[in-house]
Design a protein around this ligand. Structure first.
Ligand code: COA
Length: 217
């Protein structure tokens, strides 16, 4: 099902880096009406971060914004998304459709801008409404995985783009004796916090022996 098919009667519109004055003005009015922006956030600045919006007729009823940030936890630049839906139209799958739509939009943009090294979408789960869903570590439809926690306990979720590859300096060889390869300094087993890692041969090379599972404390 496409994002458009998920929300019949509503219209999804792209906004990412378009500077569309009508969409920006509608989003600023929407945030003011809902009084939803935190103190100190300038609506006109936030409007420059719009990824996509949803209209019902002439009314803007949903927004999604993103800021590209380096997320040290995964050493990757992610588009950190935020969203809000008009209370009169909640539980209509608008946020869900917006997320799928924004994900495709940003993934295509990222393919056209490889220099941005954008790895995917990131989200900090803030809505109390999502508490029950947040107990599921993987949301298959939007591909958001639980990737960690902020010090205050909020979840960091990541939806990785298919074509993205981490820097080769951060990958590890198949052979347990080889350790890290590439430009990373050598690491010992004790300085990694990884849980069990299933090592895989680099594509195109035949694995030596059977795959190994190593647990790193
Ligand atoms: C959070 C928010 C964006 C959700 O928007 P929405 O359009 O109502 O969400 P959707 O209808 O797309 O819901 C997607 C899924 O999220 C979960 N969900 C959303 N709202 C929920 C609620 N009130 N209670 C329980 N689950 C909820 C459900 O699993 C839902 O799927 P389902 O309806 O098939 O069960 C909206 O409530 C909002 O704008 N809140 C205020 C701003 C905010 O908190 N932003 C998000 C920060 S993470």
């Amino acid at each position: 099902m496409t994002p458009e098919e998920l929300i019949p009667g509503f219209a999804l519109r792209p906004a990412w880096r378009l500077g569309d004055p009508r969409i920006e003005a509608d989003a600023i009015a929407f945030w003011a009406r809902l009084n939803i922006l935190p103190p100190g956030v300038v609506a006109a600045d936030r409007a420059k971060e719009l990824v996509a919006v949803v209209y019902k007729g002439e009314d803007l009823v949903g927004v999604q914004t993103a800021v590209i940030e380096q997320v040290e936890q995964v050493r990757t630049r992610l588009a950190m998304i935020r969203g809000a839906v008009d209370p009169g139209h909640r539980r209509s799958r608008i946020a869900f459709a917006l997320t799928l739509y924004s994900r495709s939009l940003l993934e295509l943009w990222s393919r056209d801008h490889p220099e941005e090294r954008l790895g995917g979408l990131g989200a900090i789960v803030e809505a109390a409404e999502l508490a029950e869903r947040a107990r599921e570590p993987y949301w298959p439809q939007t591909r958001f995985i639980l990737a960690g926690f902020r010090p205050d306990g909020r979840q960091l979720r990541i939806s990785w783009f298919e074509d993205f590859r981490v820097e080769s300096g951060e990958t590890w060889a198949l052979s347990p004796a080889a350790g890290p390869v590439g430009r990373s300094p050598a690491r010992t087993r004790s300085d990694s916090g990884c849980p069990a890692i299933e090592r895989r041969a680099p594509s195109g090379s035949a694995p030596r022996g059977s795959p190994r599972r190593r647990t790193i404390p």
